[in-house]
Design a protein around this ligand. Sequence first.
Ligand SMILES: Nc1ncnc2c1ncn2[C@@H]1O[C@H](COP(=O)(O)OP(=O)(O)O)[C@@H](O)[C@H]1O
Ligand SMILES: [Mg+2]
Length: 375
Amino acid sequence: MLFDDRPKIQRRDLFNRERELQQFLQALKTATPLTLILGMRRLGKTSLMLVGLNESKMPYLVVDARSLPIRYSWRDLYKSLETSLNEFLNRHKRVSTRIREFLGSLRGVEFEVSTKGIRVLLSWGRQERPSLSALLEALNDWAESEGKNLVIALDEAQYLRGPLSLEITRAIAYACDHCRNLLFVLTGSEVGLLHDFIGIEDPEAPLYGRVSMEIRLEKFSKHLSRQFLVAGFKEAGITPSQEFLEEAVTKLNGVVGWLTKLGARCMKYGYADRKLIGLVLEEASGLVVLELQHFLETRPLEARRRYITVLKAVAADKASWSSIKRSLEEEEAKSISDSVFYNLLESLLKASILAKSDDHYVFTDPITAHAVTKL
Ligand SMILES: Nc1ncnc2c1ncn2[C@@H]1O[C@H](COP(=O)(O)OP(=O)(O)O)[C@@H](O)[C@H]1O
Ligand SMILES: [Mg+2]
């Protein structure tokens, strides 16, 4: 169903990503060690990844890095790995005893066996925890013994940035060299994942030069957005008006996640009314506000105020370096140094809230312009 708003898992529900899916399947088939799926939020990275993994019929393990707190600890990381491993064991009940044989020999790895199946329990204390590379090696040995490749997917991997980031990228680099039966797939944003976490421009970074395949997801064009809505409404047995389609396509700006949300709303009510577009815009900007607050939360008060002023300037179309800076200086009634201002913009770029287009700064998700009015 096109308008199901969970990430898609089946090829027939994935609209117009044939080329990208083909690229991804080819990367898996040819045992590409490190593949990236890049794109801003809600363009269907998780959907493409899950559809591809299911189609490939390879065993896979997914870590959802978004579930980690910003300054995550070893405990947070290992709890998240534990969840992924258990979800993996659950999906592969038939071979879970075998997987246990390989992981069970590591220090800090225990198992709980019950009528529900096998559950892994990890230690995270400095002395007790299994190292990341030991865990990866054990998984590799299992995959090798099965004559298969195991895919390790790190969804929204830029959320792994932080104090443990180097340990993780080192472990992945190690596995790329030594674990021939492991394939890594990382999803995330261009700036956060590629530039920051991977370090595409930093020869010292462990994953520098190791990315072997990049798949980029773009927004839908107006034409495709309209086709998507028409196909989805047909499936749902609803006939929208031309005005409705026109307004939806213009306001939701080619972001498939928002288009899907609108479709899901219309299905719930059983009709396609323009009021629902407003409702989805409200809901969408509510979500974006939460994400912006998440970004602002960790900043000192003064910086927080400055970010908000910068965002409001961009929303008001004052999008060049100098016009944004002027807005900020006017707000504070003082001159601000170029380096301080540069850092503000850099952080917003790194968090993929802003992007640079020619000499201008734009919101990666146009809904943000609406959302910042609520800050
Ligand atoms: N190609 C597609 N066809 C149909 N629905 C899609 C497609 N890509 C994404 N979606 C829908 O859009 C929303 C966001 O997708 P998701 O895969 O979670 O994006 P991301 O991981 O990039 O944030 C979900 O509701 C999903 O079902
Ligand atoms: Mg996702």
